[in-house]
Design a protein around this ligand. Structure first.
Ligand SMILES: Nc1nc2[nH]cnc2c(=O)[nH]1
Ligand SMILES: [Zn+2]
Length: 487
C-alpha cells in the first residue's frame, strides 16, 4: 500500500442501515454498516461509482475508510450518514423498472373503464405517442417521467419511447442529464398500425441504427444504452423482426417487446403467424430471444413457451397494475419461479399502469398473487413481501442481465441506492412512541395493559414501508454514486 497522499482520489462512505434482497425470498439487514464508493472523476467508467468496501458493525466510518486506503485524507473522504436515532431510516437498492412507456406518461390515470389492450392502443395510446413527434411536447413529457421515476426511487429503467428518432434522442439526453441509468428503445412498428403512426421496415431499421450511433458515439454516457424495441408481434413484419434482431446480435444489444398479454392479441398473433407454434415461437423464429431480451407481461404462457424462455435465458417483466387495469389477466409469477424461470422483474408499464412507482407495482404484484391464490384455491401462488422486493430490485437486474452490476449492495457493484425515511417531514405514515423510539418501557409503565406493546423490528419497519410508503419517504437517490436531482 502506497503512503503518498493522492488528492485526485475521492471516496464517498455511506453509513447506516442497509437492507437488500440478494436472493428470492431473502432479506439482508446490515446495521451500523459503512459502504465505501469510489468517486474519482479521473477513474475509468467501470470503476467510478463502484462499491469498494462494505464493513458491518462499524463504529467509525471515517477510520474504516482510512483503514481501507491509508493514502486518503480528510479532503478526499466524504461521509454520508443516514440520520436515524428514530430507527426508521435505511438504505435500499434503487428500484429497477424493466418496462415503462415514457411516451405514454401524459395518459397516466386515463385508461377508460372498459378498455382492453387492442382497443386501448387505438383509442388512447397511438394518438398520444404520435403527438410526441412535436419536440416541445416530447421534452416536457420526458423530463417529467424521468423526474417522477427518480423521485420514486427508480435508478434504472427500460423505456419505450415512440417511433420518432429525434424525440427518442432527446429522451436519451434527458436521462443522461438527470442521471438515471436507462435503456432507450425507439419503438419499431411497420404493420397493423394507424396510418398516422407507422413506418416502413426500412425507415424503422434506419432510424434504429441512427439512434444506436447517437447514443453510443455522441451521447457517450455509460449509464444510457440503446435497446432494440419491436413493439409486439402484431405490429411488426417478420422482415422487420429479423432485420433488427440481426442488429441486436451483431452489436450485443438488449431487446424488449410485449408477449402474451391478452387473449384477443394471442388469437391475432396465431392468425398473423400461422407457421409459428405459439406466440413465443414468433420471437424465437425471428431471432429476438436472448439473455438480453425483456418480455413484458407473459401472462398466458404454455409450459412449452416457458421452456423456450428458459432455454434462451430471456427475462420477464411482470406488470401487475397494467394487467389489472386492462383486465389482461394474472401472471402466475410464483408458479413460474417454482418451475425454474428465475429471470422475472417488475414493470410499471406506464400508462396501462397508472403509477410510476415500482413500490406500488410491488404491492400490486403481492395483491395479484393473492387473488390468483384465491381463484385457484392454492396458497402456492402467493408472493411474500420479501419476494416482491426482490422482483423490484435483483429480479429486475437479472431480467436486464445486469445482476453483476446493480440490484443489491455488493463489493464490485455500482452504488445505485435510495434512502428511505419513514418519518420524513412529508411522510403520511404514523408511528407511536413505543413502536420506534427504543422506548418499550412506555408500554411496561402501563399496568392496566395486559397486551405486550413493543418496538418494531426491522422486518416490521420494512413491512410498514412496503404497504404504506410512497415517494414522500424517498429522501435521497443516488445513481452510480451520484446524488440525483429532478425537475
Ligand atoms: N401494455 C401495453 N401492451 C402493448 N402491446 C403493444 N403495445 C403495447 C403498449 O403500449 N402497452
Ligand atoms: Zn407495455
Amino acid at each position: 500500500m502506497t503512503r503518498s497522499k493522492n488528492t485526485e482520489k475521492i471516496f464517498f462512505t455511506f453509513y447506516g442501515t442497509f437492507i437488500d434482497t440478494p436472493e428470492f425470498g431473502v432479506i439482508r439487514i446490515r446495521h451500523n454498516t459503512a459502504i465505501g464508493v469510489c468517486m474519482n472523476s479521473t477513474e475509468s467508467a467501470d470503476k467510478y461509482g463502484t462499491i469498494k468496501f462494505i464493513i458491518e458493525n462499524c463504529i467509525d466510518p471515517y477510520s474504516a475508510t482510512l483503514e481501507f486506503d491509508s493514502t486518503l485524507t480528510e479532503n478526499n473522504i466524504k461521509i454520508i450518514k443516514s440520520s436515524d436515532p428514530r430507527k426508521t431510516c435505511f438504505y435500499f437498492p434503487g428500484f429497477i423498472d424493466t418496462h415503462i412507456h415514457a411516451s405514454q406518461y401524459p395518459n397516466c390515470g386515463i385508461i377508460g373503464d372498459n378498455s382492453t389492450l387492442l382497443d386501448w392502443l387505438n383509442t388512447y395510446t397511438f394518438p398520444t405517442e404520435a403527438a410526441l413527434k412535436h419536440l416541445p411536447y416530447a421534452s416536457q413529457v420526458y423530463y417529467k417521467v424521468v423526474s417522477n421515476t427518480l423521485r420514486n426511487g427508480t435508478t434504472t429503467a427500460s423505456y419505450f419511447t415512440t417511433i420518432d428518432l429525434d424525440a427518442t434522442k432527446m429522451m436519451a439526453k434527458i436521462c443522461s442529464k438527470l442521471g438515471q441509468r436507462a435503456m432507450i428503445g425507439k419503438v419499431c412498428m411497420d404493420q397493423n398500425s394507424p396510418e398516422y403512426y407507422i413506418e416502413t421496415c426500412q425507415e424503422s431499421v434506419d432510424s434504429l441504427l441512427k439512434l444506436i450511433n447517437y447514443i453510443n458515439d455522441e451521447l457517450c454516457d455509460p449509464l444510457v444504452k440503446p435497446i432494440v424495441t419491436p413493439r409486439f408481434a402484431p405490429s411488426c413484419s417478420s422482415d422487420l423482426m429479423t432485420e433488427i434482431s440481426k442488429i441486436a446480435q451483431k452489436q450485443s444489444l438488449h431487446i424488449q417487446t410485449h408477449l402474451s398479454e391478452n387473449f384477443n392479441e394471442i388469437k391475432w398473433v396465431k392468425e398473423l403467424f400461422p407457421n409459428c407454434e405459439n406466440y413465443t415461437d414468433v420471437y424465437r423464429q425471428n431471432g429476438l430471444l436472448s439473455r438480453k431480451t425483456v418480455l413484458a407481461h407473459s401472462i398466458h404462457l404454455s409450459n412449452k413457451e416457458i421452456d423456450i424462455i428458459k432455454q434462451t435465458h430471456s427475462g420477464i417483466s411482470h406488470c401487475p397494475i397494467s394487467n389489472t387495469t386492462l383486465t389482461s389477466g394474472e401472471c402466475p409469477v410464483k408458479q413460474m419461479y417454482l418451475y425454474g424461470l428465475d429471470k422475472i422483474g417488475l414493470g410499471t408499464d406506464v400508462s396501462a399502469g397508472y403509477s410510476c412507482s415500482i413500490l406500488e407495482s410491488a404491492r400490486a404484484a403481492y395483491s395479484v398473487s393473492r387473488h390468483l391464490s384465491i381463484k385457484q384455491n392454492d396458497p402456492i401462488c402467493k408472493l411474500t413481501i420479501k419476494e416482491c422486493l426482490f422482483l423490484a430490485t435483483m429480479g429486475g437486474a437479472k431480467v436486464l442481465d445486469m445482476d453483476q452490476l446493480i440490484g443489491s449492495f455488493e463489493v464490485g457493484k455500482k452504488f445505485d441506492c435510495q434512502e428511505i425515511d419513514l418519518q420524513s417531514p412529508q411522510s403520511t405514515i404514523d408511528f407511536f412512541d413505543w413502536q420506534v423510539l427504543g422506548n418499550s418501557t412506555v408500554a411496561k409503565k402501563e399496568p392496566q395493559l395486559d397486551v405486550q406493546l413493543g418496538e418494531f423490528d426491522t422486518n416490521e419497519i420494512l413491512s410498514k414501508w412496503f404497504f404504506n410508503g410512497d415517494d414522500r419517504n424517498v429522501v435521497n437517490v443516488w445513481v452510480n454514486g451520484k446524488k440525483t436531482s429532478t425537475v
